[in-house]
Design a protein around this ligand. Structure first.
Ligand code: ITT
Ligand code: NA
Length: 193
């Protein structure tokens, strides 16, 4: 069986391929399609549901879309569903600055943050959602060994002292939000197929 993964983000494909390696044993393969879908403004759940249904209605084949975001606790969750736009505008430097200002204003040093992924899967039986979260904190400075992408160079997962961007993709993919969401998806596939 072929499951299509609608995304324009090559990093997601690379990570999903690592995480889903063992699906090959079940004769399930994941194939990227770059077909665009309207990205509504809403929660990660709403975006995934809308996207997966939209593409399923067009291609009538099993499809996943995945919507992720970065959430900084002391910024009330910002950038959240604006993660892409914020990364492309103020970037990681901007997040560090906002957090510094906020912590100074509140006279505290709260750097906790998390990533969240929501996978929307749609086939002839309808839509299913799978979620994954990884908690951690925002680093004091941008730190990268060239791995990962976007917010990875300012995020240190709990239990680690390196950012995601200092970990090889295989290492990030052992503990990431994406890993957890795809593990839930795999459980579902194992039950159904
Ligand atoms: P799609 O084509 O799949 O929509 P996208 O890049 O727009 O790809 P999302 O909307 O899911 O992806 O994610 C919004 C932004 O959140 C994304 O552009 C990155 O800046 C950031 N992001 C998502 N996953 C990330 C991860 O694992 N590490 C670092 N940043 C991430
Ligand atoms: Na997106």
């Amino acid at each position: 069986m072929k499951i299509y993964f609608a995304t324009g983000n090559q990093h997601k494909i690379k990570e999903a391929n690592i995480i889903l390696q063992d699906l090959k044993n079940k004769n399930i393969s994941i194939e990227q399609i770059t077909m665009p879908y309207p990205e509504i403004q809403g929660t990660l759940e709403e975006v995934s549901i809308f996207g997966a249904k939209y593409i399923y209605d067009t291609i009538k084949k099993p499809i996943i879309v995945e919507d992720s975001g970065f959430f900084v606790d002391s910024l009330n969750g910002f950038p959240s569903t604006y993660s892409k736009f914020v990364q492309e505008t103020i970037g990681n430097k901007g997040i560090l600055k906002l957090l510094e200002d906020k912590n100074n204003e509140k006279n505290e040093n709260n750097r906790s943050a998390y990533f969240k992924t929501v996978i929307g899967y749609c086939d002839e039986n309808g839509i299913k959602l799978f979620r994954g979260i990884v908690k951690g904190k925002v680093s004091n400075e941008i730190k990268s060994k060239g791995y990962g992408f976007a917010y990875d160079s300012i995020f240190i997962p709990d239990g680690e002292n390196r950012t995601f961007a200092e970990m090889k993709t295989e290492e990030k993919s052992n503990i990431s939000h994406r890993k957890k969401a795809f593990e839930e998806f795999k459980k579902f596939l194992n039950d159904v197929f």
